[in-house]
Write a protein that binds this ligand. Structure first.
Ligand SMILES: C[S@@+](CC[C@H](N)C(=O)[O-])C[C@H]1O[C@@H](n2cnc3c(N)ncnc32)[C@H](O)[C@@H]1O
Length: 359
């Protein structure tokens, strides 16, 4: 009982420090620019004269940071309602001021800006086509509309980020649930998915904190608007997001028709545990569709839990990439589809992989 209360307290403290970190984004980011200005000040005058344009650029960067900060209070206003007010200040414990900010927090806020670009901006459409497109096509191919009542097909997207892939799957008529454990992502995805009502309402500068590999300062100031669409669920759509560690939230066996993972399995501290869980929660005959970098070698896995890989190929993909940067990361991502056997013969280990969903 005591450990439950302590656990709840810890969660609340963490939640408050996430809010506090979001709120500190503007000041902390401006402080970093101030630091650069101070360094400039130490240079000899004739060097400074060469860097007048850079001094002006720093002023422009500040304006972009101000702009990035503008929508955060709107997001945070609703943050408490996400978790049915369980983290509401009941006067019993800490305040945001007391808990302080998270040391790695500023990076997390910056990642949210980039993920907003990937998931909810027009500029992100190319990345989404590369990464989410093959997954959605595969779902379509395996669950054709003429054979399946798609509302009865349950699809899980662990590591959902800001929820676009899960939303796209649900908007095609499937019953889809996204899962995410990063509170920074969860708070912003709640805002986009439930409260954004105007296309392209907000402007952000996703790469404003990336000082390297920009030919022009303007490239660092590339802006995007979001959301590119209003994420309005159709009356029949079944779409939800869950908060928490995928390994802890999903423990029921044989539940999902399909698990779709995108840039996810390489996040695992223990990839075998992820795969074991995916295997367990899939229904017999269920599909695991995966796209992303770093296919780990797990050849030492026990043999009895075997999925049959239907196919595997490589796909060129990008992740939150500034198209104007001189440095273009491109992953040769692995894309594969596995099917859990319908039945495993306990005597000789023979496996039946036929799909009987349509029966
Ligand atoms: C690299 S991002 C990919 C996000 C999205 N799928 C995409 O392709 O843009 C991986 C996401 O998985 C989340 N994640 C990692 N481990 C997780 C876990 N054990 N449970 C839930 N989410 C997790 C991270 O917080 C992060 O948002």
């Amino acid at each position: 009982m005591n450990s439950e209360i302590n656990g709840a307290k810890e969660e609340r403290v963490y939640f408050l420090s996430v809010l506090s970190t979001f709120k500190s984004y503007r000041d902390q980011s401006l402080l970093r620019i101030r630091h650069k200005e101070k360094c400039l000040d130490t240079l000899p005058r004739h060097h400074k004269n060469w860097l007048i344009k850079y001094t002006e650029d720093l002023e422009s960067f500040k304006k972009c940071i101000e702009k990035n900060s503008e929508f955060l209070p709107i997001v945070l206003k609703h943050a408490h309602t996400i978790f049915d007010n369980v983290y509401c200040n009941d006067g019993a414990s800490h305040s945001e001021q007391e808990v302080g900010t998270l040391s790695e927090g500023l990076d997390k806020v910056q990642s949210v800006f980039k993920q907003l670009m990937r998931d909810w901006s027009t500029l992100g459409a190319a990345e989404r086509k590369q990464c989410y497109g093959p997954i959605i096509d595969e779902i379509f191919a395996n669950f054709p509309e003429d054979k399946f009542d798609r509302t009865n097909i349950s699809i899980l997207v662990p590591g959902a980020g800001l929820g676009r892939l899960a939303f796209e799957i649900a908007s095609k008529g499937f019953s889809c649930q996204g899962n995410e454990f990063n509170l920074f992502m969860l708070i912003v995805s709640y805002f986009v998915l439930n409260l954004c009502k105007v296309v392209d309402e907000y402007e952000i500068f996703p790469w404003i904190h990336q000082y390297c590999n920009n030919i022009k300062a303007e490239d660092q100031m590339t802006s995007v608007r979001f959301p590119d669409v209003i994420p309005k669920p159709t009356p029949e759509s079944k779409f939800s997001m869950t908060a928490g560690d995928f390994l802890e939230v999903y423990t029921n066996s044989d539940e999902w028709h399909c698990v779709a993972t995108c840039f996810f399995i390489d996040c695992a501290p223990n990839v075998v545990q992820f795969i074991e869980t995916i295997y367990k929660i899939l229904r017999p005959g269920g599909l695991w569709i995966n796209l992303g970098p770093l296919l780990y070698h797990y050849s030492d896995m026990k043999n009895e839990k075997k999925c049959r890989t239907q196919f595997s190929s490589s796909v060129k993909t990008k992740y939150c990439q500034n198209p104007k940067s001189m440095l273009q990361y491109e992953y040769d991502s692995v894309f594969f589809v596995c099917r859990k056997p319908i039945d495993v013969d306990p005597v000789n280990g023979t496996q039946d992989f036929s799909n009987d969903y349509s029966a």
